[in-house]
Design a protein around this ligand. Structure first.
Ligand code: NAD
Length: 302
């Protein structure tokens, strides 16, 4: 199956693709002979109706990653083009980034480095007083693939209590993992020292953490969002951080991406921002690339 790879993929995954399918590699986005494509692998490349119209033989779109918002799903469906993704491939990397951000935020690692760079004698060490994760309470907003891994890792490494808000999971699922399910978001927000958001962005979840929800959180707590920027009202978060209504926050996904260096949140010294870096590990990149190829082979044979 003639497969076009439109975005760069890991070299090991590319090698595996070459062994298993007929690859037409990306060089630039101006490949002329679109019309021969039967399958494509895409990361951020936009599979619009116009692009698909140039590919009359297209049967499979394999997303390298999870979110398929760069693909016109309705049009693909109307053409009978099958769309697949690699949801398992990057969850561990994202979960590990949550832990990295929790530790960074609770120990003010970024601020500490800034102080060293400025000359530590100018600053008071009290500004760097942090807190341990050991024996603290974690609130998971969303108990899917990533939320579950975050809870399990924090419980195993730091003996944390794990509270869950996810209306689509059950008490018994939580109990089996040693977690405690709550019916209401505010209950989890009020009790947690570390709140981690791992839910999809939908019209129901947009702005699910706004001024009211932030006001339920402890002043000593941290908020971490590695999901989608629009889940959190950034203006309200800015106000909460400016007025020290939270200990800190760390965010890997912003409402507008790429995030501007002038974003107000970046002026808060109790804020850490990363540029949608959750899946950006060698390990996840190999898995995403090879699983995208696996999916093409699987669908070719079905
Ligand atoms: P998942 O589908 O496995 O889990 C999502 C969970 O959210 C489900 O358990 C669902 O029941 C729950 N949920 C839905 N609506 C909810 C609500 N209103 N309140 C509470 N819970 C709700 O997804 P996942 O693989 O765990 O990924 C979570 C999100 O992480 C994705 O939607 C994606 O936006 C993001 N993500 C980010 C990166 C990154 O690079 N930062 C990488 C992969 C995924």
């Amino acid at each position: 199956m003639k497969t076009f790879i439109f975005d760069p993929i890991d070299s090991e995954a590319l090698e595996c693709a070459r062994e298993r399918i007929d690859v037409v590699e990306w060089t630039n986005k101006e490949i002329k002979n679109y019309s021969i494509a039967e399958a494509v692998i895409v990361r951020t490349f936009k599979m619009t109706k116009e692009v698909m119209d140039k590919m009359p033989k297209l049967k499979i779109i394999a997303k390298h990653g999870v979110g398929v918002d760069n693909i016109d799903l309705d049009y693909a469906k109307s053409r009978g083009i099958r769309v697949t993704n690699t949801p398992q491939a990057n969850m561990n990397s994202v979960a590990e980034l949550v832990i990295a951000l929790a530790l960074n935020c609770s120990r003010k690692v970024n601020l500490a480095q800034n102080m060293v760079e400025e000359g530590i004698e100018k600053n008071s060490p009290f500004e760097l007083v942090g807190f341990e994760l050991q024996n603290k309470t974690v609130g998971l907003i969303g108990l899917g693939r990533i939320g579950t891994l975050v809870g399990m890792k924090l419980k195993a490494a730091f003996n944390t209590k794990v509270l869950v808000y996810d209306p689509y999971t059950t008490e018994s699922v939580c109990e089996k993992k040693g977690f405690i399910k709550y019916e209401h978001l505010h209950q989890v927000l009020k009790k947690s020292d570390i709140v981690s958001v791992s839910v999809p962005l939908t019209k129901d979840t947009e702005n699910m953490i706004s001024a009211r929800e932030l006001s339920f959180m402890k002043k000593s707590a941290i908020l971490i969002n590695t999901s989608r920027g629009k889940l959190i009202n950034e203006n309200d978060l800015y106000n909460a951080l400016q007025h020290n209504k939270l200990f800190g926050a760390a965010i890997d996904a912003f409402a507008e991406e790429p995030v501007s260096k002038d974003h107000p949140l970046l002026t808060c010294n109790n804020f850490i921002g990363t540029p949608h870096n959750g899946a950006n590990t060698k390990d996840a990149l190999i898995r995403m690339g090879t699983e995208a190829v696996d999916e093409i082979v699987r669908l070719m044979n079905n």
